[in-house]
Design a binder for this molecule. Structure first.
Ligand code: 13P
Ligand code: ZN
Length: 268
């Protein structure tokens, strides 16, 4: 018996997570247990789910997130592999309920799989999305090779330096990641400091680069968050391939980029 049985809408959301987990692995972005995904599934929760007994002890989030009271999330399990999650999402992740104190949670289904160590970042962002009345329901953290490599050079880490390089590699990047790429200076993985820095930057961007670690993206659903990382990563590959061929890529001109913004009605 799974919580997904007889709940096609909830099942579809979890299946999308599994599909994206497969893409992360195939892209080489998800070594071992690298990366994590959470989805706010509260919209798919019915009375029977609300009545389900916890299957874990009460666990602390480590911060109080007042907008998450009574919310439910699908979370990748800590230490679990994306390549396994792609096939067995409910054995490599679980559904949690945030308790009324807004600072703790319990696991309710299917198995007592402990959520990701990056839960502080994911839940802090979800809390803020609810506060803003956002339609975004999914957050994805992964380790894309080229973008992480670029984060090892300080020259790329100034505000919007990388955004402009990546936008200029191929027109679609600006169209499909119209806010660009925010930059978060190195912080300890899983820390509240990383969560707070991520939260601040996601007011201006949908994807942020965690220096020397990975990216964190928010989106309408897990597919939307993945797509934005994918287009940025494609641009990073074009940049690096050009350099590998021995030349500095010219990039689209500022004029051509402005023309794109006008034609596609983009915010920047
Ligand atoms: P988890 O296995 O706890 O999700 O951690 C993976 C990771 O990428 C940490 O940044
Ligand atoms: Zn990571």
């Amino acid at each position: 018996m799974s919580i997904l049985d007889g709940r096609p809408a909830l099942k579809a959301e979890v299946e999308k997570v599994a599909e994206v987990a497969g893409y992360l692995w195939q892209n080489g972005w998800a070594e071992r247990n690298g990366g994590n995904i959470t989805v706010n599934v509260t919209d798919y929760v019915d009375d029977a789910i609300r009545a389900m007994k916890p299957i874990s002890e009460v666990k602390q989030i480590g911060k109080q997130l007042k907008n998450l009271k009574g919310c439910y999330f699908y979370c990748k399990g800590t230490g679990k592999r994306m390549r396994d999650l792609a096939r067995w999402p409910m054995d490599n992740g679980s559904i949690i309920r945030i308790l009324d104190d807004c600072s703790s949670y319990v696991i309710i289904a299917d198995n007592a799989v402990m959520p990701t160590s990056e839960l502080p970042s994911h839940l802090t962002v979800h809390d803020h999305l609810i506060e803003k009345g956002s339609k975004y329901r999914a957050t994805v953290h992964t380790h894309p090779i080229e973008l992480v490599a670029m984060s090892h050079n300080k020259k790329f880490l100034g505000k919007d330096v990388l955004t402009n390089i990546l936008w200029s590699m191929i027109p679609e990047t600006k169209a499909f990641c119209p806010l660009g790429l925010g930059i978060i200076p190195y912080q300890l993985p899983g820390s509240n400091q990383l969560a707070d820095a991520t939260l601040k930057e996601l007011d201006d961007y949908d994807v942020v680069l965690w220096e020397k670690h990975g990216v964190f993206a928010q989106g309408l659903d897990v597919m939307d968050a993945f797509d934005q990382i994918d287009v940025l990563s494609k641009s990073a590959k074009i940049y690096i391939d050009s350099k590998a061929m021995g030349f500095e890529p010219e990039g689209m001109s500022q004029e051509q980029m402005k023309e794109m913004s006008k034609a596609f009605n983009l915010p920047k």
